[in-house]
Design a protein around this ligand. Structure first.
Ligand code: ATP
Length: 231
């Protein structure tokens, strides 16, 4: 049986700052098959970014497990931090595409070279890099550097990089957060069209209810933690 692309079991996270302890989430179970999409919503501070960071190995949970394509990371395991980080780094290089708000482009490389580099690191062909930029609507900007294009165009370039690596899982944190409504809609249209086309699993965190509604399911992080009176 094909394992879920992303599975979490009993995932819990809290932060301690000073004498205060903030329970961000606890007992979180998620299971996403290939091609499924999930949006994370909820007020600021409800844990959306923390969850995305944990499921790509940039932060660790307090307890619970994260499995990516059957590869399991268990907070209770005796595995050394170094070995664990090596496994996470390999997944981020080859299987997990991350689009965070400040598009992570290398400033010294043109948009085309950024896409090529990402594809090469993932062990993918670099010959269709231009094609990815074209599909994201910025083919004519291929030779420009990140500081020579707009925020929306950088965001598209970041998505071209992620699709060029042909990942199994895309994690996007406010992928359209810095864009005006029109550009945000265009970028979202492209993201969902390519996601469906490539059959990639998508998890995105957003405050935009319209964008969230385009995913197959919605997880309200605030409601999980704070069901309100009678909840
Ligand atoms: N390194 C940290 N140390 C202490 N507390 C932290 C740390 N990182 C996050 N938090 C706290 O954890 C909670 C969840 O933060 P997180 O950034 O995941 O929320 P979010 O839902 O993504 O918010 P936003 O919508 O504003 O991006 C917040 O209360 C935040 O202050």
């Amino acid at each position: 049986m094909t394992p879920p692309v992303l599975e979490t079991k009993g995932l819990s996270k809290s932060f301690v700052s000073g004498t205060e302890r903030v329970d961000v989430f606890s007992g979180l179970d998620i299971s996403l098959a290939p091609g499924q999409s999930l949006s994370l919503v909820g007020r600021s501070g409800s844990g959306k970014s923390t969850l995305l960071n944990i499921v790509c190995g940039l932060e660790s949970a307090d307890c619970g497990t994260v499995s990516i394509l059957g590869q399991r990371f268990d907070t209770g395991d005796a595995e050394s931090p170094r070995a664990r980080e090596r496994r996470w780094a390999s997944l981020r290089r080859q299987r997990i595409g991350v689009v965070f708000q400040d598009a992570n482009l290398m400033p010294a490389l043109s948009l085309a070279d950024n896409v090529r580099l990402r594809a090469r690191l993932a062990g993918r062909s670099t010959t269709d890099s231009q094609d990815w930029l074209q599909r994201l609507g910025i083919g004519e900007l291929a030779n420009r550097y990140p500081d020579q294009v707009s925020g929306g165009q950088r965001q598209r370039a970041a998505m071209a990089m992620v699709f060029a690596m042909q990942p199994d899982l895309i994690l996007a944190d406010e992928p359209t957060g810095s864009l005006d409504r029109h550009t945000a809609d265009e970028v979202a249209d492209t993201l969902f069209a390519l996601q469906a086309d490539a059959g990639v699993t998508l998890v995105l965190a957003t405050h935009d209810t319209e964008l969230a509604g385009r995913c197959e399911s919605i997880l309200d992080m605030a409601h999980r933690n704070d069901p309100g009176p009678g909840g």
